[in-house]
Design a protein around this ligand. Structure first.
Ligand SMILES: Nc1ncnc2c1ncn2[C@@H]1O[C@H](COP(=O)(O)OP(=O)(O)O)[C@@H](O)[C@H]1O
Ligand SMILES: [Mg+2]
Length: 260
């Protein structure tokens, strides 16, 4: 078998009052859309942070293309091609949509040693501007490029955050609940946008989600996290048929995660 793009082995993580991750093992192959699903409180965000380097596990290992990156911090993982967004969108409220993406690109270029030396070089090159426009076009935010981010709708903020990730051309795109707090219509269009982005860039995506329906159209592989343990992992159809998964999800009387 070829080396997995991302592999977690025996991950444990506790906060002072609660054991969150308990022996988590998962394997993401290049090209996968890998969805980590589970009810709220299951430990998805914690696992996501450990995979992206925002938190380090108490024990266990995270490997990227066979290399141990367990204690490589998030900002350095960006150089390895990790791009991530957050459950609650992190954008610069007082900057325009366009400038948010410019700042993201410039910060990344500086991190890679390519940026201009002046702090916040407010004259991005034509090349950077064009790349930013292309990304805004892709996520459907061109018309709102001059709008200050704080005035954007929740759905548009999530789009902007996605644009800030995409503009860095990550090899592995990590999204923590990309449709959190969205209306069903926004959720549908966000899911379609992700499918389109995936198709166009052929990148690997790792996402968390509490709503099963969102992931089944999108994911090539699903891992179900329940009280910090992976209780099922595999192709979406096989996972959906798993009796334990049916019990966890459908036993609560709905197609979603029960407690949203
Ligand atoms: N920084 C923290 N300090 C203490 N407990 C936390 C912290 N973050 C999360 N938790 C707890 O860990 C558990 C898992 O949380 P989280 O990883 O956010 O789950 P999910 O994303 O699946 O909702 C929850 O019980 C939550 O209250
Ligand atoms: Mg979460």
């Amino acid at each position: 078998m070829s080396t997995p793009l991302l592999e977690a082995t025996g991950l444990f993580k506790s906060y002072p009052a609660v054991k969150v991750l308990k022996n988590v093992n998962l394997t993401v192959a290049g090209g996968d859309t890998f969805a980590i699903i589970g009810p709220n409180g299951a430990g998805k965000t914690t696992l996501f942070k450990v995979l992206s380097g925002e938190l380090f596990p108490d024990s266990g290992q995270v490997a990227h293309e066979g290399r141990d990156v367990t204690t490589v911090p998030a900002w350095q993982r960006v150089r390895l091609g990790f791009g991530r967004s957050f459950q609650v969108a992190r954008v610069f409220s007082d900057l325009t949509t366009e400038d948010n993406v410019v700042v993201s690109v410039e910060a990344h270029r500086r991190n890679a040693g390519l940026g201009q030396r002046r702090p916040l070089a407010w004259a991005p090159t034509a090349e950077v501007r064009e790349g930013v426009m292309e990304t805004l076009r892709e996520v459907g935010l061109v018309d709102k490029r001059r709008v200050v981010a704080r005035l954007l709708s929740h759905g548009d903020k999530k789009r902007l955050e996605l644009a800030m990730c995409l503009a860095l051309q990550p090899k592995i795109l990590m999204l923590d609940e990309p449709t959190a707090g969205m209306s069903p219509a926004d959720r549908k269009s966000a899911t379609e946008l992700l499918a389109m982005v995936k198709e166009r860039h052929g990148m690997t995506i790792v996402l968390t989600e509490h709503d099963m329906d969102v992931v089944f159209g999108l994911a090539t592989k699903v891992a179900v996290l329940h009280y910090g343990e992976i209780v099922a992992q595999g192709a979406p159809d096989a996972v959906r048929k798993d009796p334990l998964v049916r019990d966890i999800y459908l036993g609560h009387g709905g197609a979603g995660a029960g407690h949203a």
